[in-house]
Design a protein around this ligand. Structure first.
Ligand SMILES: [Mg+2]
Length: 282
Protein backbone atom coordinates (compact mmCIF):
# COMPACT_ATOMS: atom_id res chain seq x y z
CA UNK A 1 0.00 0.00 0.00
CA UNK A 2 1.33 3.42 -0.85
CA UNK A 3 2.14 5.88 1.92
CA UNK A 4 -0.69 8.33 1.28
CA UNK A 5 -3.72 5.99 1.53
CA UNK A 6 -2.26 4.38 4.68
CA UNK A 7 -1.84 7.80 6.28
CA UNK A 8 -5.27 8.96 5.22
CA UNK A 9 -6.87 5.88 6.80
CA UNK A 10 -5.11 6.46 10.08
CA UNK A 11 -5.99 8.78 12.94
CA UNK A 12 -2.97 10.87 12.02
CA UNK A 13 -4.77 12.77 9.24
CA UNK A 14 -4.53 16.17 11.00
CA UNK A 15 -0.81 15.62 11.59
CA UNK A 16 -0.36 14.65 7.99
CA UNK A 17 -2.25 17.73 6.76
CA UNK A 18 -0.16 19.94 9.04
CA UNK A 19 2.93 18.28 7.61
CA UNK A 20 1.71 18.97 4.05
CA UNK A 21 0.98 22.58 4.94
CA UNK A 22 4.46 22.94 6.39
CA UNK A 23 5.94 21.46 3.25
CA UNK A 24 3.92 23.88 1.15
CA UNK A 25 4.93 26.89 3.23
CA UNK A 26 8.54 25.86 3.36
CA UNK A 27 8.81 24.07 0.03
CA UNK A 28 12.46 24.56 -0.88
CA UNK A 29 12.36 26.82 2.16
CA UNK A 30 10.32 29.37 0.23
CA UNK A 31 8.68 31.35 2.98
CA UNK A 32 5.36 32.99 2.16
CA UNK A 33 7.06 36.35 1.63
CA UNK A 34 4.17 38.68 2.46
CA UNK A 35 3.21 36.82 5.62
CA UNK A 36 6.78 36.62 6.79
CA UNK A 37 7.38 40.33 6.21
CA UNK A 38 4.13 41.14 8.03
CA UNK A 39 5.33 39.02 10.94
CA UNK A 40 8.57 41.00 11.07
CA UNK A 41 6.64 44.29 11.05
CA UNK A 42 4.39 43.03 13.84
CA UNK A 43 7.46 42.21 15.91
CA UNK A 44 8.86 45.68 15.21
CA UNK A 45 5.56 47.23 16.32
CA UNK A 46 5.73 45.14 19.50
CA UNK A 47 9.24 46.36 20.35
CA UNK A 48 8.16 49.91 19.62
CA UNK A 49 5.22 49.60 22.05
CA UNK A 50 7.58 48.19 24.65
CA UNK A 51 9.95 51.09 24.00
CA UNK A 52 12.68 48.65 23.09
CA UNK A 53 15.03 49.28 20.19
CA UNK A 54 15.30 46.96 17.22
CA UNK A 55 17.49 47.14 14.12
CA UNK A 56 16.91 46.15 10.51
CA UNK A 57 20.05 45.85 8.39
CA UNK A 58 19.69 45.86 4.61
CA UNK A 59 22.25 45.03 1.98
CA UNK A 60 21.83 47.21 -1.14
CA UNK A 61 23.02 45.47 -4.34
CA UNK A 62 20.66 42.65 -5.33
CA UNK A 63 18.79 42.94 -2.00
CA UNK A 64 16.98 46.30 -1.87
CA UNK A 65 18.05 47.24 -5.40
CA UNK A 66 17.92 45.40 -8.69
CA UNK A 67 21.27 46.12 -10.36
CA UNK A 68 20.11 44.63 -13.69
CA UNK A 69 19.30 48.03 -15.24
CA UNK A 70 22.80 49.29 -14.23
CA UNK A 71 24.35 46.31 -15.96
CA UNK A 72 22.20 46.69 -19.06
CA UNK A 73 23.07 50.39 -19.37
CA UNK A 74 26.78 49.54 -19.25
CA UNK A 75 26.46 46.95 -22.02
CA UNK A 76 24.42 49.34 -24.16
CA UNK A 77 26.94 52.15 -23.59
CA UNK A 78 29.72 49.82 -24.66
CA UNK A 79 27.76 48.98 -27.82
CA UNK A 80 27.24 52.68 -28.58
CA UNK A 81 30.88 53.66 -28.10
CA UNK A 82 32.46 54.69 -31.45
CA UNK A 83 35.85 53.12 -30.67
CA UNK A 84 34.30 49.75 -29.87
CA UNK A 85 31.92 49.94 -32.83
CA UNK A 86 34.99 50.28 -35.03
CA UNK A 87 36.94 47.54 -33.30
CA UNK A 88 34.15 45.04 -32.53
CA UNK A 89 31.33 45.85 -35.00
CA UNK A 90 29.44 42.53 -34.75
CA UNK A 91 29.72 42.40 -30.95
CA UNK A 92 28.40 45.95 -30.64
CA UNK A 93 25.44 45.10 -32.84
CA UNK A 94 24.57 42.18 -30.57
CA UNK A 95 25.21 44.03 -27.31
CA UNK A 96 22.99 46.92 -28.36
CA UNK A 97 20.04 44.59 -27.69
CA UNK A 98 21.47 42.83 -24.64
CA UNK A 99 18.95 42.12 -21.90
CA UNK A 100 19.58 41.24 -18.27
CA UNK A 101 17.79 38.72 -16.07
CA UNK A 102 17.23 38.53 -12.34
CA UNK A 103 19.75 35.74 -11.86
CA UNK A 104 22.60 37.37 -13.83
CA UNK A 105 25.84 37.82 -11.95
CA UNK A 106 28.45 40.17 -13.46
CA UNK A 107 28.34 40.61 -17.22
CA UNK A 108 29.04 37.06 -18.32
CA UNK A 109 25.45 35.78 -18.39
CA UNK A 110 24.06 38.75 -20.32
CA UNK A 111 26.96 38.75 -22.80
CA UNK A 112 26.54 35.03 -23.51
CA UNK A 113 22.78 35.45 -23.91
CA UNK A 114 23.35 38.26 -26.42
CA UNK A 115 25.05 35.65 -28.62
CA UNK A 116 28.68 36.25 -27.71
CA UNK A 117 29.51 32.85 -26.27
CA UNK A 118 33.02 32.59 -27.65
CA UNK A 119 34.13 36.18 -27.99
CA UNK A 120 37.93 36.14 -27.74
CA UNK A 121 40.33 37.66 -25.24
CA UNK A 122 40.51 41.14 -26.72
CA UNK A 123 36.79 41.79 -26.56
CA UNK A 124 36.57 40.04 -23.19
CA UNK A 125 39.22 42.33 -21.66
CA UNK A 126 37.72 45.48 -23.18
CA UNK A 127 34.25 44.58 -21.90
CA UNK A 128 35.50 43.66 -18.49
CA UNK A 129 37.45 46.89 -18.05
CA UNK A 130 34.53 48.99 -19.32
CA UNK A 131 32.16 47.20 -16.94
CA UNK A 132 34.47 47.47 -13.92
CA UNK A 133 34.99 51.21 -14.31
CA UNK A 134 31.25 51.86 -14.50
CA UNK A 135 29.58 49.22 -12.34
CA UNK A 136 31.51 50.43 -9.28
CA UNK A 137 30.87 54.11 -9.87
CA UNK A 138 28.63 56.79 -8.40
CA UNK A 139 27.18 57.68 -11.80
CA UNK A 140 25.80 54.31 -12.84
CA UNK A 141 24.15 53.57 -9.46
CA UNK A 142 21.36 55.86 -10.62
CA UNK A 143 20.13 53.15 -12.98
CA UNK A 144 19.35 50.75 -10.11
CA UNK A 145 15.69 50.15 -9.31
CA UNK A 146 14.31 49.01 -5.94
CA UNK A 147 12.80 45.54 -5.91
CA UNK A 148 9.02 45.31 -5.60
CA UNK A 149 7.79 46.61 -2.27
CA UNK A 150 11.26 47.61 -1.03
CA UNK A 151 10.53 51.33 -0.63
CA UNK A 152 7.23 50.77 1.20
CA UNK A 153 8.74 48.13 3.44
CA UNK A 154 11.75 50.20 4.51
CA UNK A 155 9.51 53.24 5.09
CA UNK A 156 7.23 51.12 7.25
CA UNK A 157 10.23 49.87 9.24
CA UNK A 158 11.12 53.48 9.96
CA UNK A 159 7.55 54.37 10.95
CA UNK A 160 7.80 51.63 13.56
CA UNK A 161 10.86 53.35 15.04
CA UNK A 162 13.08 50.43 14.18
CA UNK A 163 16.63 51.58 13.45
CA UNK A 164 17.84 51.01 9.90
CA UNK A 165 21.32 50.35 8.55
CA UNK A 166 22.18 49.96 4.88
CA UNK A 167 25.25 47.76 5.12
CA UNK A 168 26.90 47.45 1.73
CA UNK A 169 30.06 46.08 0.16
CA UNK A 170 30.25 49.28 -1.91
CA UNK A 171 33.19 51.52 -0.95
CA UNK A 172 33.10 55.15 0.09
CA UNK A 173 35.42 56.57 -2.56
CA UNK A 174 33.84 55.10 -5.67
CA UNK A 175 30.21 54.74 -4.60
CA UNK A 176 29.54 56.76 -1.44
CA UNK A 177 27.89 59.90 -2.84
CA UNK A 178 25.92 57.93 -5.47
CA UNK A 179 24.59 55.48 -2.85
CA UNK A 180 23.31 58.38 -0.74
CA UNK A 181 21.72 60.12 -3.72
CA UNK A 182 19.96 56.98 -4.93
CA UNK A 183 18.56 56.17 -1.47
CA UNK A 184 17.24 59.72 -1.22
CA UNK A 185 15.89 59.66 -4.77
CA UNK A 186 13.76 56.61 -3.97
CA UNK A 187 12.69 58.07 -0.61
CA UNK A 188 14.36 55.40 1.47
CA UNK A 189 14.87 56.76 5.00
CA UNK A 190 18.39 58.11 5.50
CA UNK A 191 19.73 60.22 8.35
CA UNK A 192 22.64 60.16 10.77
CA UNK A 193 20.73 59.13 13.87
CA UNK A 194 18.85 55.97 13.05
CA UNK A 195 18.90 55.22 9.32
CA UNK A 196 22.55 55.04 8.42
CA UNK A 197 24.48 54.12 5.31
CA UNK A 198 27.58 52.04 5.99
CA UNK A 199 30.10 51.58 3.21
CA UNK A 200 33.52 49.97 3.12
CA UNK A 201 36.29 52.46 3.91
CA UNK A 202 38.59 50.72 1.40
CA UNK A 203 37.62 48.94 -1.78
CA UNK A 204 39.84 45.87 -1.30
CA UNK A 205 38.21 44.74 1.95
CA UNK A 206 36.46 41.39 2.10
CA UNK A 207 32.68 41.98 2.04
CA UNK A 208 31.72 39.19 4.43
CA UNK A 209 34.38 40.07 7.03
CA UNK A 210 33.51 43.76 6.76
CA UNK A 211 29.84 43.05 7.45
CA UNK A 212 30.46 40.54 10.23
CA UNK A 213 32.93 42.93 11.92
CA UNK A 214 30.40 45.74 11.71
CA UNK A 215 27.82 43.61 13.56
CA UNK A 216 30.46 42.81 16.19
CA UNK A 217 30.79 46.53 17.01
CA UNK A 218 27.14 46.84 18.08
CA UNK A 219 26.96 47.07 21.90
CA UNK A 220 25.52 43.85 23.27
CA UNK A 221 22.35 45.18 24.87
CA UNK A 222 21.57 47.97 22.46
CA UNK A 223 18.93 46.09 20.46
CA UNK A 224 16.26 43.62 21.49
CA UNK A 225 16.31 42.19 17.99
CA UNK A 226 18.34 42.49 14.80
CA UNK A 227 17.31 41.41 11.31
CA UNK A 228 19.76 41.12 8.41
CA UNK A 229 18.43 41.15 4.82
CA UNK A 230 21.08 39.87 2.41
CA UNK A 231 21.36 38.12 -0.97
CA UNK A 232 24.93 36.83 -0.83
CA UNK A 233 25.38 33.38 0.76
CA UNK A 234 29.04 34.09 1.61
CA UNK A 235 27.93 37.05 3.76
CA UNK A 236 24.93 35.23 5.20
CA UNK A 237 26.97 32.18 6.16
CA UNK A 238 29.70 34.14 7.93
CA UNK A 239 27.33 36.49 9.77
CA UNK A 240 25.07 33.70 10.99
CA UNK A 241 27.98 31.57 12.16
CA UNK A 242 29.47 34.43 14.20
CA UNK A 243 26.32 36.25 15.33
CA UNK A 244 23.79 33.60 16.23
CA UNK A 245 21.31 36.07 17.70
CA UNK A 246 20.72 37.83 14.37
CA UNK A 247 17.68 36.81 12.32
CA UNK A 248 18.79 36.34 8.72
CA UNK A 249 16.41 36.99 5.84
CA UNK A 250 17.85 35.61 2.63
CA UNK A 251 16.87 37.65 -0.42
CA UNK A 252 16.74 35.26 -3.33
CA UNK A 253 17.86 37.23 -6.40
CA UNK A 254 21.38 36.44 -7.56
CA UNK A 255 24.75 35.87 -5.95
CA UNK A 256 28.40 35.11 -6.61
CA UNK A 257 27.86 31.31 -6.61
CA UNK A 258 30.90 30.86 -4.37
CA UNK A 259 28.78 29.18 -1.70
CA UNK A 260 25.41 27.45 -1.62
CA UNK A 261 22.33 29.47 -0.77
CA UNK A 262 21.31 28.65 2.82
CA UNK A 263 18.43 26.18 3.01
CA UNK A 264 17.41 26.72 6.60
CA UNK A 265 16.80 30.46 6.80
CA UNK A 266 13.67 32.30 5.63
CA UNK A 267 13.85 33.24 1.97
CA UNK A 268 12.01 36.07 0.23
CA UNK A 269 11.88 37.16 -3.41
CA UNK A 270 10.45 40.67 -2.98
CA UNK A 271 9.34 43.03 -0.21
CA UNK A 272 5.63 42.97 -0.92
CA UNK A 273 3.30 42.80 2.04
CA UNK A 274 -0.38 43.57 2.50
CA UNK A 275 -0.10 47.10 3.83
CA UNK A 276 -3.78 47.90 4.46
CA UNK A 277 -4.45 44.47 5.97
CA UNK A 278 -1.41 44.76 8.21
CA UNK A 279 -2.44 48.24 9.38
CA UNK A 280 -5.95 46.97 10.21
CA UNK A 281 -4.50 44.16 12.31
CA UNK A 282 -1.99 46.33 14.15
MG1 LIG B 1 24.18 42.19 -2.31
Amino acid sequence: MSLIPRVLLSHKVPDFLAFLQKLWLNGENMTQPGQYLEKILTEMAYFDRQQQKALAVFDLDSTLFDVGPRLKKILHDFAAHPDFQKKFPRACELLANAETQRTDWGIKDAVMRAGLGDHGTELHNALREFWKQRFFSNEYLHFDIPYEGAVDFVQKVQELNCDIAYLTGRDIARMGPGSKEVLEKWKMPLHEENARLILKPQKGMDDAAFKSDWFAEIPENKYSKIWFFENEPVNVNLVRSVHKHIEIVFFDSTHSRQQEAPLDVPKIINFLFNKSEWEKMN
